[in-house]
Design a protein around this ligand. Structure first.
Ligand code: AMP
Length: 491
């Protein structure tokens, strides 16, 4: 889900990307309460805004709010506004400060066929172009979200059923989407043909549930049935009939490998693998590839913990909590300005001084993005008296922006986009710096290595190989070349 600040222009680096979590339940006695609980388990996927839409057999009801799920949906009064046996919701993390309530999902529209509500995780990489075409044909947009493009395309499709209209609309869409759609006839859940963003299916008694991650199924007490396959559309009606369709054939899937590295909760199963196991394995690969003479393995909490356990088990160097994290501070990444991000890092982590003093430390984190966190943490270890500080990263260098719904900024803002390994080491002021290799990462998720001819995951943030075309980005580059502006700045 991207936001536009202008229908045709603005595609400014880290301003527009969003991360999201979605959850839907049909045939549930307390559908909206189950939905709120499920969204709570997906809170790590988006902390800025939350919304739930329900359907009671006659009408749709929506409630949205800024902030966390618990801030908006923890009272009986709030849930009483959302009656019915079907509900779907969305948690959103946008770096666009002024996005406001109108972009908070689910989005809803009254179409000729009846009500249509949609919750979207992912980014459409040609949304700007589609929007421009729709606006030129007279479409009036209510929000600045790319998800609304899907609604307009569905509304103007000439096919008879909602499913066919949705498929027709999505044929025009490029990029990443996991969607939960509600209509008066039931729920449709689908993933883009490459399955870039995750979506799973579960059962809770007679209810069918869809969620971005399995952890949400666990938390509501549902059983994990299977993932919604890449390119699959699963339709569920109020009688409990489930119909599956694969209108896009069978392209080789490319799920996002960053879900394994950072994004999913470690207690989730992603792409049929335990996220925790994968992270631990990455740590083991990292230790094999980049050993280090040190006294302690110290994770950057919480993101580096499973990989640090793996590094410690593989290397035999003791795992210790050399940094303690406050649980009352949000993700440092969420701060919009660099200044605020720096302050955020300090409030979030503190050195366990007596443990660290005089020791040679191997710090482990899942990734380096801008380098803000690593620079602070290395300094923190030195201030606490560490004798040496080595940094090991449980992913390859993040050198390329994500255009599929993970908030990885554009290349010019990424440390690995701007610097080589030696310069990055110098920047974060570590005694040594190393990253796991791309093949090491693939081995950690149970494969023999990356199949360069046909990569098994979307790893564009590490390799720069994007599995779809990036129409809006290409248009923007052309436009800026015409205006003679550097890429990343919008006139
Ligand atoms: P930075 O300080 O910019 O280098 O950010 C690195 C930290 O952000 C790491 O500790 C990661 O755990 C975390 N991180 C990496 N990618 C993301 C993302 N897309 N959204 C939020 N946090 C992230």
């Amino acid at each position: 889900m991207t936001n536009f600040t202008h229908p045709f222009l603005d595609l400014d680096g880290d301003k527009l990307r969003e991360e999201c979590g979605i959850f839907g339940v049909i045939r549930g006695a307390d559908a909206s309460a189950i939905c709120a609980l499920g969204l709570h388990a997906l809170q790590h996927r988006g902390q800025e805004a939350v919304g739930i839409t329900s359907f009671d057999g006659a009408e749709f009801f929506t409630r949205r709010g800024l902030g966390h799920v618990a801030d908006n949906f923890s009272t009986e009064e709030a849930l009483a506004e959302l009656p019915g046996a079907m509900a779907a919701g969305h948690v959103r993390y946008s770096t666009t400060g002024g996005a406001g309530m109108r972009n908070v999902q689910p989005l809803y529209a009254d179409l000729a066929s009846g009500g249509f509500a949609v919750a979207h995780n992912g980014n459409i990489s040609n949304a700007r172009k589609l929007r421009q075409e729709l606006v030129e044909k007279g479409a009036i947009f209510q929000s600045t979200s790319d998800t609304e493009v899907i609604i307009h395309l569905v509304a103007t499709s000439r096919y008879p059923t909602t499913l066919d209209r949705l498929v027709d609309a999505l044929r025009l869409v490029e990029g990443a989407y996991a969607l939960i759609v509600m209509t008066p006839r039931g729920m449709i859940a689908c993933r883009d043909p490459l399955g870039i963003r995750p979506l799973v299916m579960g059962k809770l008694g007679d209810s069918t549930i869809f969620a971005s991650e399995t952890v949400a199924l666990d938390v509501v007490g549902a059983v994990f049935v299977r993932q919604v396959d890449p390119g699959e559309f699963v339709e569920v009606d109020f009688e409990g009939n489930v119909r599956c369709h694969r209108p896009f054939g069978d392209p080789a899937p490319r799920p996002c490998i960053f879900e394994h590295v950072y994004f999913s909760r470690p207690d989730s199963i992603f792409n049929d693998r335990s996220v925790y196991e994968a992270r631990k394995n990455i740590g083991m690969e990292l230790a094999k590839e980049n050993p280090c003479d040190a006294d302690l393995v110290v994770p950057v909490p919480d993101s580096g913990v499973p990989a640090a356990i793996g590094y410690s088990q593989q290397s035999g160097i003791p795992f210790e909590l050399g940094i303690i994290r406050s649980h009352y501070v949000g993700r440092t990444f969420i701060q919009p300005s660099d200044g605020a991000r720096h302050a955020g890092v300090k409030r979030k982590h503190n050195a366990n001084r007596l443990l660290v003093e005089g020791k040679r430390i191997v710090l482990i984190d899942d990734s380096i993005v801008r380098g803000t966190t690593s620079l602070k943490i290395v300094q923190m270890m030195r201030d606490a008296g560490a004798a040496e500080v080595h940094f090991r990263v449980a992913s390859p260098p993040t050198g390329h922006g994500c255009y599929y719904g993970v908030d990885t900024p554009e290349r010019s803002k990424l440390l690995a986009g701007r610097m080589d390994l030696a310069a990055m080491r110098e920047f974060i002021q570590a005694d040594s710096l190393a990253f796991v290799s791309i093949d090491g990462l693939y081995r950690a998720v149970g494969l023999e290595g990356r199949n360069d001819a046909c990569p098994q995951y979307c790893d564009a943030c590490f390799t720069g190989e994007y599995p779809t075309s990036l129409t809006d980005l290409a248009d923007k580059t052309v436009r800026e070349a015409q205006l003679d502006l550097p890429v990343g700045k919008v006139a």
